[in-house]
Design a protein around this ligand. Structure first.
Ligand code: NAD
Length: 484
């Protein structure tokens, strides 16, 4: 607990209209360290009434914020970015303590999260509009880009920092104000970021954070007519529910939902690059990422060599607390996550999958699992149909390119896909045939602020990052000027 006591960014209240407040009734929720099971602290168990006041605060701040020049908003975002970088070490430690990922990965996430703030500070200055040639000589038609308004932002626990900046930075750059509801499992990262936004000089009410009861807060964010947009990252199940709840007030909606990424290795792949790609895409964050390889499809000719190398590397991974040096896999987020992982592995083994590795020694602690490589996986297994969200790499053997594409696309999800080949023609054929919002060829890394991030099919609506990311927070107004 010593590290916690010296922290300056561990805020344990919500932020509404510039005031750090508790829940109306004083109730709190514990926040737990998944590495030890210890309570790190508490946050207010807020509900609909506190959320309603946060929305009112965001509405009150909106006109002032949108009227700032774009350069002023950009300057404040850059001040926020600078503070994130200055405080990166403490932000990373808070993240690891509440979420579990290795500290080196947490540092990476802070850099990734901050990159969105800088990117959208830059983009704020480039929000333009246009002039359309008028059909009659006495008129002019201008196209104005205006902020959508108050936005509700709901984020998951697996990237507690970056999932917030990826939404809040473009919203603020566009001139919107926000009410953020972080995951109840990882609220401290969100509160620390809000404290830095306040320190950076972003005015009261522009960024509000409510913590607590998901359904009550979500009900208010989706039901309140003042909120003009909801941006959600999380499971497809909750995304569908929020979409339904947004329907009566016709809100703009961005949804970044679950995935079921295929990772295809063709016979002509560079084996070492494919192994490195599989390790990063499968085992980063202990396999708890929406873009992580969920089904590893390997062509017959390279299959045995790939399995042997991957199993050797996975068997050598160290499992332990994220704060310990050399740890590759931290604790899973909670018991339910472990139960799902075990269910998937047991189901696969009962249907014929074989364990290539999976007996790594585990430290004491409630939430550790060994990383696993399974061979002889088939499409009948549970792990083929849904994301396992854990360090389990199932290997599916295939013979032909068409077969691999059919298996890869045989899912209602369409977030990320990866494939490894050195054949140019195949690269284009497969890249175009994969029904996913993001495709990595000969790389396991596809997350960067400069490229559009998002999915097709049941993986979501809209894109984050890149130039397109700010459009999600802008309305288009046609301004017809007559009588000239
Ligand atoms: P989740 O859907 O359970 O929770 C996400 C957020 O929604 C949390 O803040 C949670 O408190 C909140 N929530 C839950 N029920 C709610 C309700 N009724 N009303 C309003 N809010 C509610 O997801 P999770 O377990 O936190 O995150 C993991 C999921 O997120 C995985 O499916 C993963 O693939 C997905 N994910 C997607 C992306 C992406 O960019 N597409 C990124 C990260 C995670």
């Amino acid at each position: 607990m010593d590290a916690i006591e010296t922290m300056t960014l561990l805020y344990q209240n919500g932020l509404v209209g510039g005031e750090w407040i508790g829940a109306d009734g004083g109730e709190t929720l514990d926040v737990t360290n998944p590495a030890t099971g210890e309570t790190l602290g508490t946050v207010p168990a807020m509900g609909a009434s506190e959320t309603g006041r946060a929305i009112a605060a965001a509405e009150a701040a909106f006109q002032g914020w949108r009227r700032r020049t774009n350069a002023e908003r950009a300057g404040l975002l850059m001040a926020w970015y600078d503070l994130m970088i200055e405080n990166a070490e403490e932000l990373a430690l808070i993240l690891t303590l509440e979420q579990g990922k290795p500290l080196s990965e947490a540092r990476g996430e802070i850099g990734y999260g901050a990159s969105f703030v800088k990117w959208f500070a830059e983009e704020a200055r480039r929000i333009g509009g246009g002039i359309i040639p008028s059909p009659t000589a006495d008129r002019r038609i201008a196209v104005l880009k205006e902020p959508v308004g108050v936005c509700g932002i709901i984020t998951p626990w697996n990237f507690p920092n970056a999932m917030i900046t990826r939404k809040v930075a473009p919203a603020l750059a566009a001139g919107c104000t926000v009410v953020v509801k972080p995951s109840e499992l990882t609220p401290f990262s969100a509160l620390a970021m809000a404290a830095l936004a306040e320190k950076a000089g972003i005015p009261a009410g522009v960024v509000n954070v409510v913590t607590g009861m998901p359904a009550a807060i979500g009900g208010e964010l989706t039901g309140n007519a003042v909120v003009r947009k909801v941006s959600f990252t999380g499971s497809t199940r909750v995304g569908a529910l929020l979409m339904e709840q947004c329907a009566p007030t016709i809100k703009r909606l961005s949804l970044e939902l679950g995935g079921n990424a295929p990772f295809i290795v063709f016979d002509d792949a560079d084996l070492d690059k494919a192994i490195e790609g599989a390790l990063i895409s499968k085992f980063r964050n202990g396999g708890q990422t929406c873009v992580c390889a969920n089904r590893i499809l390997v062509q017959s000719g390279i299959h045995d060599a790939f399995v042997e190398k991957l199993a050797a590397r996975v068997a050598a991974m160290k499992v332990g607390p994220g704060t310990e040096d050399g740890v590759a896999i931290g604790p899973m987020i909670n018991r339910a996550a472990i139960d799902k992982i075990n269910r998937h592995v047991d189901d696969a083994r009962s249907k014929g999958a074989k364990l290539a590795t999976g007996e790594t020694a585990l430290p004491e602690g409630p939430q550790y699992v060994a990383p696993v490589v399974l061979t002889e996986a088939t499409t009948e297994m549970q792990l083929a149909a849904e994301e396992t969200f854990g360090p389990v790499a199932p290997i599916f053997r295939f013979e032909t390119e068409d077969e691999a594409i059919a298996i890869a696309n045989g899912t209602p999800f369409g977030l990320a896909a990866y494939f490894f080949t050195q054949d140019l023609a195949r690269s284009w054929r497969v890249g175009e045939a994969l029904e996913f919002g993001m495709v990595g060829l000969n790389t396991g890394l596809i997350s960067t602020e400069v490229a559009p991030f998002g999915g097709v099919k049941q993986s979501g609506l809209g894109r984050e990052g890149a130039e397109i990311g700010i459009e999600e927070y802008l309305e288009t107004k046609a301004f017809h000027i007559g009588g000239l």
